[in-house]
Ligand binder design. Structure first.
Ligand code: SF4
Length: 445
């Protein structure tokens, strides 16, 4: 696969830092609101407790046995922002080409500024392939992203997740045991899931969003299925409908519903599968008549956006252009002017030639960065409350400084590895997606 480099916009002219915004709110220097003042603390204050931490996912139930981060040494916990910045730069200088730092669009500004590549999860995983000589890939994102980078990187490359507590509540909503159980129950309802009809189609094709564990991607690979991203979900569903009479889509119900609806699939043929209910909480007739079975998963960041916020934006900013992410609920996507992936949003703003007011429905770190990078436009988050992704926010620059200095010292902390029994079929599912339509590459800085 080739990587094409897209120039990143120029240096921000205003402060993109969500941390600065939260600190100002907590100090009383700003009248903005945050969903929790706990965000002002360092993640090490809650790393020892189970849970996703303060922020958008704090109400979600974390699975038993979710990875926890060990205690960060005091020198990193107590360092100032400036000291951490200096130490990160110094360690990067020493490590040179031996390390590549990947930064997700939703990461803190204080972390993203050190990234060699910035992009969405799949863009970053493929960017890692562009640096085959790097011994370590420091993935500033969440756990499933580091797993995907491990799947696509060389066997001698170590993928490092700076804080092991950086999971994803949506990815955790479909665990491998639940998905295998679902598959067995579907076989009871739909018959032999490997048997092709006269058109050569099997009863159901499993499709997983990139935001899922490697185990789920492996399941999909073993059962004739495929991975999708928010950029190529429609292409992937077309691929699946050529091979199956229906699709089992997980873990994000909203991306599945929004995409299938845009393709003309009626809502009545999209029953929900709730893994806590017998046959997912639907009837056998509903499952038999279905075109897309939607897993009961969601992103707590994108679930915060509402039609009321869009109405308010339109009332206060006549002519506003509303763009939301397809992980938002259907009503929000329907009320927006456009819906698209993080990369779509970034490109749409970059392509606007006239000063424009944009109301954006996606994670606040990206929205604030875009506002700083494109000062010719007015860009604001639809959600007026500062509430970042809880788990992305666990990657504090203190952890980045720690892992880089450990690498300088010849140690490799927090390595993420996917075992070969899972990795091989997971790669198959990813390769099917790439053959269906390659997504756009990450931006090199
Ligand atoms: S924004 Fe949503 S999908 Fe992305 S890492 Fe956070 S919880 Fe997961």
């Amino acid at each position: 696969m080739s990587i094409t480099f897209v120039p990143t916009p120029s240096v921000p002219t205003s402060d993109a830092s969500v941390d600065h915004a939260i600190q100002a709110i907590v100090a009383g220097a700003s009248t903005d609101a945050t969903c929790t003042t706990d965000l002002a603390a360092g993640p090490w204050d809650f790393d020892i407790r189970p849970g996703y931490g303060p922020g958008s996912s704090m109400g979600d139930v974390i699975p038993t046995g979710a990875p926890r981060q060990g205690e960060l040494p005091a020198e990193y916990r107590e360092a100032t922002e400036e000291e951490l910045d200096r130490r990160i730069r110094a360690a990067k200088e020493v490590l040179g080409d031996r390390v590549v730092i990947l930064g997700h669009f939703y990461q803190r500004e204080e972390v993203v500024r050190h990234a060699d590549y910035v992009g969405d999860s799949f863009q970053l995983a493929t960017a890692a392939k562009d640096r085959p000589d790097a011994e370590a890939i420091v993935f500033c994102g969440v756990h499933f992203m580091a797993e995907t980078a491990d799947l696509l990187s060389g066997p001698d490359q170590a993928v490092v997740l700076p804080n092991l507590a950086a999971g994803c509540s949506m990815a955790d909503m479909a665990d491998i045991g639940q998905v295998e159980d679902c598959w067995e129950q579907l076989a009871d309802v739909l018959g032999d899931l490997d048997e092709q009809d006269e058109d050569g189609r099997v009863p159901v094709i499993p499709v997983t969003y990139m935001n899922s564990s490697a185990a789920i991607k492996g399941f999909v690979g073993r059962h004739g299925g495929i991975v999708c991203t928010s950029s190529n979900a429609q292409t992937v569903l077309e691929w699946a409908f050529e091979r199956g009479r229906r699709v089992l889509f997980f873990p994000d119900q909203h991306l599945g519903r929004n995409t299938a609806k845009a393709m003309g699939v009626p809502l009545s043929q999209m029953p929900m599968w709730n893994p806590r209910k017998p046959i997912g909480g639907s009837t056998e007739a509903e499952l038999a008549d279905s075109r897309v079975i939607l897993w009961h998963g969601f992103c707590s960041v994108h679930r915060r956006f509402t039609v009321g916020q869009i109405d308010q934006a339109r009332a206060e900013h006549p002519g506003v252009r509303v763009i939301v992410h397809p992980e938002c609920p259907m009503e929000v996507v329907d009320a927006a002017d456009e819906a698209g992936s993080t990369d779509y949003i970034r490109r749409a703003i970059a392509a606007a030639t006239e000063p424009t007011t944009f109301a954006i429905g996606t994670e606040i770190n990206l929205v604030r960065r875009l506002a700083a990078q494109f000062p010719q436009h007015e860009i604001f988050c639809l959600d007026p409350v500062v509430c970042p992704c809880s788990t992305m926010y666990r990657i504090h620059p203190g952890y980045l400084a720690w892992v880089l200095e450990e690498l300088v010292a010849g140690r490799t902390p927090n390595r993420i590895r996917v075992t070969s029994d899972v990795a091989d079929p997971a790669r198959t599912a990813l390769e099917r997606m790439l053959a269906a339509k390659p997504p756009v590459a990450a931006s090199a800085r």
